[in-house]
Ligand binder design. Sequence first.
Ligand code: BEZ
Length: 213
Amino acid sequence: MNIRLGDVAPNFHAETTQGPIEFYDWKGRSWAVLFSHPKDFTPVCTTELGYTARLKDEFERRGVKVIGLSVDPVSEHQRWAADIEETQGIAPNFPIIGDEDRAVSLLYDMIHPNADATATVRSVFVIGPDNTVKLTLTYPASTGRNFDEILRVIDSLQLTLRHKVATPVNWQPGEDCIIVPAVGDDEAATMFPEGWVTIRPYLRLVPQPEPSL
Ligand code: BEZ
């Protein structure tokens, strides 16, 4: 299934390292990051899972639940967790799906047969509180993802949802934002009483609003 931005993320049942889940029940009204890795006991994946575990507080602060996936069984994920703890200093502290029958991988189009017919590629889905897909990323197996970038995108998405601002090129938290074009000057005057800087009528900068949940 080809999943695009704005689509409803499909529900599924899965076995995970933290027990069986129904995705929608597990996720609730939180944000979620669902990401796949090609294989257990591989070097790039080991570093990604360790780093993601270190970001636990950052994800929680943003109201985001994280869940990993590969087509290896849960028992292998559990065996590998000890290696991750030893080599990365921290074990995964989020569920990892053992998608042995590839049901979830196929549902989310995480297997790209011309890259690898048997393993998942490095897919990322950021899913909003309303269960719609907000971000999709696909990386090749040999390139580790930048999970700080995933947090940065979540910050941007949450600002857009809560404050109707967009974020400019290479934006980092705390930097100026852009009033979205759908907000006219009259509405903007109510939303941003401190004012904004008009570079062009379509390019209006405001200090970043508070990102509170
Ligand atoms: C890995 O660590 O998952 C990996 C590294 C190089 C090529 C393919 C996979």
